[in-house]
Design a protein around this ligand. Structure first.
Ligand code: 13P
Length: 252
């Protein structure tokens, strides 16, 4: 499969934002996305909003932001993959740096989450990315490849789609983004790692860029080789900010 055969995916990560009063915003995003069939669009909303969001926009991809690695059990406060599916989600994020940091999630745990989610029928966006000191030390690529080594699911056979999101931690919510060369080098390294890891099945794995993506920088980011879409935080909360990013992906 060539890069051209991987449709772009633009996914919004609402993080801890979103109330029922925001369902109208989701409806606007879903309706506009329907008119852009060349790009896949999804919104990963807080777990308690998944069911209402999925009911409000049938056929539009609603996702969660995390799942527990166990299918069920004594895990107070956690959400399982089957619960997300039952609520109407079709995908979930795992391994976001905010969870790796605040909840001390290891690569091993992220892998277990991804494998459970895929086995239950959820598509997965698996996040990786380096902190600033690692970027400055010149060790970003080796660090991200080590994260992938530890957290990629072992097999994709018969599973829903997997995407990897490269999100440099220092670019999240800061307005800073890596240079085009830095994104290209990282995505090429991730592409090779995925192709080596999964052989032919790896070609279907999309590699998203995340971190301060906006309508203004999206066209240049999507023009970079091996960038198959974006994972968008702040700019996914409002249709007026998010849709220009979706349109930029559709224009590629
Ligand atoms: P921002 O787009 O707000 O920088 O967030 C990126 C992110 O963390 C998406 O998961």
């Amino acid at each position: 499969m060539t890069t051209d055969m991987r449709r772009k995916l633009v996914a919004g990560n609402w993080k801890m934002h979103g109330l029922s009063s925001d369902l109208a915003e989701i409806a606007v995003i879903a309706a506009a996305s329907k008119r852009l069939p060349a790009v896949d669009v999804a919104l990963c909303v807080p777990a308690v909003l998944v069911e209402r969001a999925a009911r409000a926009v049938p056929g539009f991809a609603i996702g969660g932001q995390d799942v527990h690695h166990a299918e069920q059990g004594a895990h107070t406060g956690n959400v399982s993959a089957r619960m997300l599916l039952d609520a109407g989600a079709v995908l979930t994020i795992v391994g976001h740096s905010e969870r790796r940091d605040a909840h001390r999630e290891s690569d091993e745990e992220v892998r277990a989450k991804a494998e459970t989610a895929l086995a239950c029928g959820l598509a997965v966006i698996l996040c990786v990315g380096e902190p600033l000191e690692i970027r400055e030390a010149g060790a970003a690529v080796q660090t991200v490849l080590a994260q992938l080594d530890g957290s990629l699911p072992r097999s994709l056979a018969g599973r829903p789609p997997l995407a990897v999101a490269y999100e440099p931690i220092w670019a999240i919510g800061t307005g800073k983004i890596p240079t085009g060369e830095e994104i290209a080098a990282m995505h090429a390294a991730i592409r090779k790692h995925i192709d080596d890891h999964y052989s032919d099945a790896g070609a279907a794995v999309r590699i998203l860029y995340g971190g301060s993506v906006k309508g203004s920088n999206a066209p240049e980011i999507f023009a970079i080789a091996d960038v198959d879409g974006a994972l968008v935080g702040g700019a996914s909360l409002k249709a007026t900010d998010f849709l220009p990013i979706v349109e930029a992906a559709a224009a590629r």
